[in-house]
Design a protein around this ligand. Structure first.
Ligand SMILES: Nc1nc2c(c(=O)[nH]1)N[C@H]1C(S)=C(S)[C@@H](COP(=O)(O)OP(=O)(O)OC[C@H]3O[C@@H](n4cnc5c(=O)[nH]c(N)nc54)[C@H](O)[C@@H]3O)O[C@H]1N2
Ligand SMILES: Nc1nc2c(c(=O)[nH]1)N[C@H]1C(S)=C(S)[C@@H](COP(=O)(O)OP(=O)(O)OC[C@H]3O[C@@H](n4cnc5c(=O)[nH]c(N)nc54)[C@H](O)[C@@H]3O)O[C@H]1N2
Ligand code: SF4
Ligand SMILES: [Mo]
Length: 755
């Protein structure tokens, strides 16, 4: 089977045209980083944490846990990546000095960049900013509970929570139980900004909203299609699986408008002899579609599969519904319409189809390039349709695999922290409450911002995250949060949200213990549906007043609800929370015994290895996917005169090499050759066409604002598109959202670049 010849030399070419980028991802810089950090003064603390029996804090690949810090769920060792070290380093910082809050006004704190805010240290005592005051000040626990209790006594439709997936299943379960008992379904979560389209789409198609592939199953694939994921940065241990797959003669098809160097060639420290120095080839075929056009590409692949006679008709008839319309749709779209929409040639699409069709076992994996689109759910449908058309679901080595974000974001969803409460959980909660639970729809993250802006929210509790920094249109986010009376932030470290996301009357920041510091055991769920147990630990912040999320939530609940519907204070012993979870959450039965057995487990009913799906009919449901119409405004529509030197582009916003979401660890991104965060990655041809040169300083404007003096850096982005880093770029655009889940189109932002 032919693969794109250009891929063999792509890494080299990238380096030629763009001399300051490395020739591969990973590699020796990773080892140097490890050495620098683990041998530094913080080293002993770092090593201790790495060996602590708890899951990695960073991504949802889910390394760590009871078998020690360095194992994945198949028990393979040497699995912690540098991102894990990066995350731990931030957690073991000294406390934020007391003078920071005493001496620096809000106006001064607002000047801090994301990196500077994080470098202040760990939060170690609670503070409050009162209306009309210029400084955060220390606050007693009595007053915190008094304010919070009054705040959450408000009408249920006017209270809300937001959460981010670093907390535990136990905290998540308690959070939703508290809000629902109070009568509120306003459980916004960072997954609304992230994989909600995957959850919505997969649930309809397969009857289960998470990956249907286990790690064990992934290892049996002979082809992986990786769409809209920069796993080399954000899920480095997934790269090991791709390296092994290529070594065994398998194929990796990467679909990404940016040639990410680490997806072309990656040097993994896990294979020192084979891979570390020379690097391993990752992509066998690299397709660079127009941002936001993946549906067209996948419909094209489907069309090619039909034309090549590679449709598994027997599978479709026996195990799926709705296939006729999906095949008809692929037949009816012309090649011209498909290739014009996605910008990939028919020949390349046919090559991709041939690889997929001729492979025995294909796994389709994706991340934010697919979900953060105005048609994110269609994107998910179109990928899963392609899997089903080729019989690649319901069998070991095959299936659909959303590559999840935060280390426990999936657990938050499983525990019911979502506006889309599953029927089974609803019924179990009704039993617990002894009443029916017909709550109003509830605000997901974008709805929460809109509702707050409209003055409909009085009180908000944020369990982790940076609601201000994560949302598009930072000015709107600030305005919206400013209309909320009371905001209680439970956080480990200061972030820009604490300084810009200020409530009208009281903003309280409560310092919490992290996963390896809690006085009790907790659990988390990986993107591969594996539940890990985190041991008790201790914090280095001995003088501080840190509290566990579980303790704060149960105490607040007790003060609001007494002993209804549970003995909340007893739940401070998380064993009892796990008993409740076992009774309430489908697939979590085994958590009931985990304290005795220490046995981590795969959630039942999630991994599908037989073509018997979790839908009512047992068949997978297929849905048609209209081709997106991808137009861009003219410079005049941005208010730029036609005479000015300008370029209208589709901007992708995402992560640099050294950041975790809104938290920046290092300003540069060496793999993309971007020396700092105030850069825009442009295609050289686009830039030269209008007379821009590399390193020119330009204005980048969206529909909500602009950033000035942004440095142009040439890179391997597809012509017509560009790339910038969030959260800084969130000031310039509003973002469309997919109405089915509210996820913003962060990966296709219309912008004009001018000088
Ligand atoms: N180190 C580290 N690890 C992380 C995170 C982190 O910030 N740092 N964040 C965690 C979280 S919450 C998440 S959600 C994940 C995010 O992980 P990813 O989804 O991998 O991260 P992103 O940088 O948002 O974007 C992924 C890729 O989408 C591509 N892309 C953009 N537009 C399109 C498009 O239209 N089509 C296609 N096919 N591709 C497109 C971009 O070029 C980029 O390579 O990582 C998790 N892990
Ligand atoms: N433009 C653009 N915007 C985006 C995205 C994008 O690709 N482009 N991606 C979106 C995505 S995928 C996501 S997931 C969101 C991320 O949005 P969030 O999840 O809201 O943001 P984070 O930056 O992950 O939150 C970091 C903060 O969490 C707190 N924290 C860390 N660990 C813990 C803990 O154990 N407990 C508690 N209580 N607090 C803790 C710390 O105080 C830290 O400062 O951003 C979204 N926004
Ligand atoms: S791949 Fe993800 S879970 Fe595994 S060590 Fe790296 S950051 Fe942690
Ligand atoms: Mo995410």
């Amino acid at each position: 089977m032919d693969t794109q010849p250009s891929i063999q030399s792509a890494a080299h070419e990238l380096n030629e045209t763009h001399g300051n980028t490395p020739e591969m991802g990973g590699g020796l810089p990773v080892i140097e980083y490890w050495a620098r950090h683990t041998l530094s003064p913080e080293g002993p603390k770092l090593w201790k944490t790495l060996f602590h029996k708890s899951a990695c804090l960073s991504c949802a690949w889910g390394t760590g846990g009871q078998k020690g810090g360095f194992t994945n769920e198949d028990g393979e060792v040497l699995q912690r990546c540098m991102k894990s070290v990066e995350a731990i380093s931030a957690e073991i910082q000294p406390p934020v000095p007391t003078q920071v809050f005493a001496d620096r006004s809000i106006a001064e704190l607002q000047q801090l960049s994301s990196l500077e805010a994080d470098r202040l240290g760990r939060l170690s005592f609670p503070v409050i900013l009162r209306a009309g005051q210029s400084h955060y000040e220390r606050i007693s626990w009595d007053e915190i509970y008094a304010i919070a209790t009054a705040a959450f006594h408000k009408p249920p439709e006017r209270i809300a929570s937001y959460s981010s997936g670093r907390g535990s299943n136990e905290a998540a379960f308690l959070l939703q139980l508290l809000l629902r008992t109070l009568g509120s379904n306003n459980l916004a979560d960072c997954s609304d900004l992230c994989h909600a389209p995957s959850t919505v789409g997969l649930k309809q198609m397969f009857g289960t909203g998470t990956s249907i592939v286990s790690l064990e199953s992934l290892k049996q694939a002979d082809c992986v299609v990786l769409a809209g994921s920069n796993a080399a940065y954000n899920h480095p241990r997934l790269m090991n699986e791709l390296i092994k797959l290529r070594e065994h003669g398998g194929h990796v098809i990467v679909i990404n408008p940016v040639q990410e160097i680490g997806l072309i060639k990656f040097a993994s420290p896990a294979f020192p002899a084979k891979s570390l120095l020379a690097g391993s080839e990752i992509a066998s075929l690299y397709l660079q579609p127009i941002p936001g056009s993946d549906v067209a590409l996948f419909v094209g692949i489907q069309k090619a599969l039909i034309e090549q006679g590679q449709v598994r008709q027997d599978f479709l008839e026996a195990h799926t519904e709705g296939w006729e319309a999906v095949l008809e749709q692929a037949r009816s779209h012309s090649w011209e319409a498909i290739t014009a929409t996605c910008g990939i040639s028919q020949a390349e699409i046919e090559t991709a189809a041939r690889i997929i069709g001729q492979s025995q076992r294909v796994v389709f994996a994706w991340a934010m390039g697919i979900t953060q689109q105005a048609n994110g759910v269609d994107n998910v449908y179109s990928i899963a349709n392609t899997a089903l058309i080729t019989g690649n679901a319901g069998r070991m080595g095959t299936g659909v695999m959303p590559v999840r974000g935060h280390s426990n974001v999936q657990g938050f969803g499983s525990m019911g922290v979502t506006v889309r409460l599953r029927q089974e959980i609803k019924q179990a909660l009704e039993q617990l409450l002894g009443r029916s639970l017909n709550l109003p729809k509830g605000y997901h993250t974008r709805d929460l911002i809109e509702a707050a802006e409209a003055g409909k929210v009085d009180s908000l509790i944020c369990v982790g995250g940076n609601l201000y920094g994560a949302n598009p249109d930072s000015e709107q986010a600030k305005r919206a949060l400013g209309n909320i009376d009371t905001i209680v932030y439970l956080s480990t470290k200061p972030n820009t949200g604490h300084f810009h996301g200020l409530a009208k009357t009281n903003t309280i920041i409560i310092p919490v213990l992290n996963r390896f510091e809690n006085p009790h055991k907790t659990t988390v769920e990986s993107g591969n549906n594996f539940v890990r147990l985190n041991d008790e630990g201790q914090t280095h912040l001995k003088q501080g007043e840190l509290i566990s999320e579980v303790e704060f939530l149960t105490e607040l609940a007790y003060r609001l609800l007494g002993d209804y519907p549970v003995d909340w204070r007893k739940l401070q012993d998380t064993r009892y929370v796990r008993q409740l979870i076992a009774k309430t959450i489908p697939g979590y039965e085994k958590i009931a015994t985990i304290d005795d057995t220490q046995e981590e487990f795969t959630i039942s009913g999630r991994i599908i290895t037989e073509p018997q799906f979790k839908t009512p009919s047992g068949k997978a449901m297929m849905f048609t996917t209209p081709l997106p119409i991808l137009t861009l405004p003219s410079p005049q529509e941005f208010g730029i005169p036609a005479s000015a030197t300008s370029l209208v582009l589709a901007l992708m916003t995402g992560r640099s090499y050294s950041q975790h979401n809104t938290v920046v660890y290092k300003i540069g991104d060496k793999y993309r050759g971007m020396p700092h965060r105030h850069c825009i990655l442009l295609n050289r041809t686009d830039a030269e066409k209008v007379g821009f040169q590399e390193h020119d300083r330009v204005t980048v404007q969206g529909d909500a604002g602009k950033l000035e003096h942004v440095e142009i850096i040439y890179g391997a982005v597809r012509s017509g598109s560009a790339l910038m880093f969030y959260p800084e770029v969130n000031v310039i655009f509003k973002a469309k959202a997919d109405p089915r889940c509210g996820t913003p189109a962060y990966k296709r932002v219309p912008i004009v670049v001018y000088s």
